[in-house]
Ligand binder design. Sequence first.
Ligand SMILES: Nc1ncnc2c1ncn2[C@@H]1O[C@H](COP(=O)(O)OP(=O)(O)OP(=O)(O)O)[C@@H](O)[C@H]1O
Ligand SMILES: [Mg+2]
Length: 289
Amino acid sequence: MTDDKPDASLKDSPTLKRKAEQLELENRIKKAMEGISHKIAVISGKGGVGKTTVSANIAMRLALAGSKTGCLDVDITGPNLHKLLGVNTNPAIDPETRLIVPVTGPGGIKIMSMAFLLDSDDTPVIWRGPMKMGVIREFLGNVQWGALDYLVIDLPPGTGDEVLDIMQLVKPLDGIVLVSTSQELSLTSVAKTATMAGKMDVRILGVIENMSTYTCEQCQHTVRLFGEEAGVEQLAGRFNIPFLGSIPLEPGRMQQLVPAATASGKETPASRAIDGIFATLKKQVERKT
Ligand SMILES: Nc1ncnc2c1ncn2[C@@H]1O[C@H](COP(=O)(O)OP(=O)(O)OP(=O)(O)O)[C@@H](O)[C@H]1O
Ligand SMILES: [Mg+2]
């Protein structure tokens, strides 16, 4: 046996090869994240409270304001951000870099979602945590994001693997935006997410109350949907985090509430509310502390 043989076989060891690949991917993630000026993750404790709606609307407003914007759907098992942005195409692979080219959406938004890799919107993703974490790493490191001003990350509900991964891998993360209704169950879970962010030293850019009120189109009477108490605003006070504003319930189909993109092409109370939230959020991001 010559001296160099054991060395050669060591390099071929599957464990070392895997480690080397992981290290390479981590370096690519670091490099990709360094090319993006601002990264914002949209989080809630509870499902169905409006994270994806907020993510799509913030991304649209950023793009319309002239920022180079990316939008990443980290909801691996229930991706639907692409629907709100009105795209569903297979992403290409850059032949030179071998990286995935994100799909271009309205306003030139670069979008990546698990949905683009599935046969149809009805195809289920039945994966356990480690596989989901693998794909999140791929989305961060093996997607050709290029130089962006903003990356908006839409997360699934809860404080699980995906949230943990984003908080750990997206560096530097400007912060998270919490979305909640004023229902007690939503408030309890968003409080847990706020506590998690504190423990992980992640900045909370602010909290948004969604589906706050409903105004009857016939009599114009406005009611608070989930109790008279402004629960989300109170929670903001309790955790000492900025309250970004309330979005009323928009009757009918609520998608991108950029006025030009609504069915009527006109401003609505919800689109105006999101405009205000967007302006406050942007200031928060630029404040840097
Ligand atoms: N202010 C609103 N007015 C009317 N409908 C709304 C409003 N906000 C969200 N919706 C609707 O509520 C549903 C849930 O919203 P969305 O998908 O944004 O929530 P989510 O928090 O991302 O859900 P999930 O936890 O499943 O990812 C969608 O059908 C959306 O169109
Ligand atoms: Mg969602």
